[in-house]
Design a protein around this ligand. Structure first.
Ligand SMILES: [Ca+2]
Ligand SMILES: [Ca+2]
Ligand SMILES: [Ca+2]
Length: 384
């Protein structure tokens, strides 16, 4: 996982350099100060003739070569989708869109085939292929937009399907960044209902391109073999002292540090690659037993704006520090919501004997450290 992501990061850096020289050669480019990227050539024509900003969003990368299913392709990412250039295909199939609804659900570890299916509802369009309806304002928006294939005014159903794909869910109520929304998943889009807005802004498309690109650029540390052997220890039992580097992964240096008690005083025991007694993430994890681990991002080549991790807490107290700003919290669930200018949110699921959950940090993060006693962490993901 880490290896693949490093390759993507390196290739993005190289391609950014290549594309700068390409940009100067393009005469038909249209640039967007909002993101600092430009569109040109066939991608510009496609973006402009098939819905533009509301459908695809701003460009968030240059046009660049990327490996797609083992083949080098010209690709450009937008806030809401990804364009691939296929010059071997006749128009309009020389530009293909990513299936970012499906990819986004995979990244969020949601199985769309497990969403509740439905029978046909009155005044809705029902797709037997996926057993879902499209209704109301979403149906109006879905029908009004599409890829312009036939040159005739208006959108045929085939044109709408080519742009959005088939529905993968009924309308679902979900929480996005603390707000509750009614949404519906399609193969290439997430429709969001905004009844507070006047049409056509009462239906908005989710920023799936941004979400998927951020996940691809993330460095995730999962504590799996290789390189981590079950039972590997760090800290006092292997002769390490506070400030020693336990390991480096994806350029992230991870140091061992003393655990501190709420009432003062500290201890320096051990961390261990472990099979947690209760499943909470996937595979092996890192057990923290009276020790802190500090993740240092000063050598990874970008400054993270988001860090997330899974945890299992079966007792004792926790420490959490962000950018060197410590908090000797009794319980990870009571972490302050703001630390050193970084928003901290902790999602908790009660389980027998304790709790599991996720910690999410959003803001400029140079480092963070975390520790506990009967405390495990896994799937530490660091995103630009
Ligand atoms: Ca048409
Ligand atoms: Ca793991
Ligand atoms: Ca605890």
């Amino acid at each position: 996982m880490v290896y693949r992501i490093k390759v993507v990061l390196i290739s993005l850096a190289l391609l950014t350099m290549t594309s700068l020289s390409n940009v100067q050669a393009q005469s038909d480019e249209r640039c967007f100060p909002e993101t600092g990227f430009c569109i040109a050539g066939r991608f510009r024509e496609y973006w402009e003739s098939n819905g533009g900003l509301s459908i695809f969003g701003f460009p968030i990368t240059p046009q660049q070569e990327e490996m797609v299913e083992g083949k080098p392709l010209q690709v450009q990412w937008f806030e809401r989708n990804r364009f691939e250039l296929h010059p071997e295909n006749a128009r309009p199939y020389d530009v293909l869109l990513g299936r970012l609804g499906v990819t986004s659900l995979e990244i969020d570890r949601q199985d769309w085939t497990a969403f509740p299916t439905a029978t046909p509802l009155p005044e809705c369009r029902y797709f037997a292929e996926t057993q879902h309806n499209i209704c109301g304002d979403i149906l109006t928006y879905w029908r009004a937009n599409g890829l312009e294939f036939d040159g005739q005014e208006g959108k045929t159903e085939a044109e709408s399907i080519a742009l959005f794909g088939l529905p993968l869910s009924e309308i679902l109520t979900v929480t996005i960044e603390g707000q509750s929304y009614n949404i519906q998943w399609f193969e290439r889009a997430r429709f969001e209902l905004h009844p507070e807005n006047a049409p056509p802004y009462n239906v908005l498309l989710g920023l799936l391109g941004s979400h998927v690109l951020q996940a691809l650029q993330a460095i995730c540390i999962d504590f799996e073999e290789p390189p981590w052997a079950l039972g590997t220890q760090y800290g006092d039992p292997v002769g390490q002292v506070p400030g020693n580097i336990a390991f480096t992964s994806g350029g992230v240096r991870v140091l061992v540090q003393p655990f501190e008690f709420s009432g003062g005083g500290g201890t320096f025991n051990y961390a261990q690659i472990d099979d947690a007694p209760i499943s909470f993430s996937a595979g092996q994890s890192l057990r923290l037993n009276h020790i802190n681990v500090e993740f240092d991002f000063n050598t990874i080549g970008f400054s993270p704006s988001q860090v997330s991790l899974d945890f299992l807490d079966l007792g004792g107290t926790e420490n959490l520090a962000v950018n060197g700003n410590p908090s000797f919290i009794d319980d990870i669930a009571r972490a302050p919501s703001l630390m050193a200018g970084v928003a901290v949110s902790v999602n908790v699921t009660p389980i027998p004997r304790g709790k599991s959950g996720t910690v999410m940090l959003n803001g400029p993060i140079q480092s963070f450290s975390i520790g506990g006693q009967e405390f495990w962490i896994d799937h530490v993901c660091i995103s630009p």
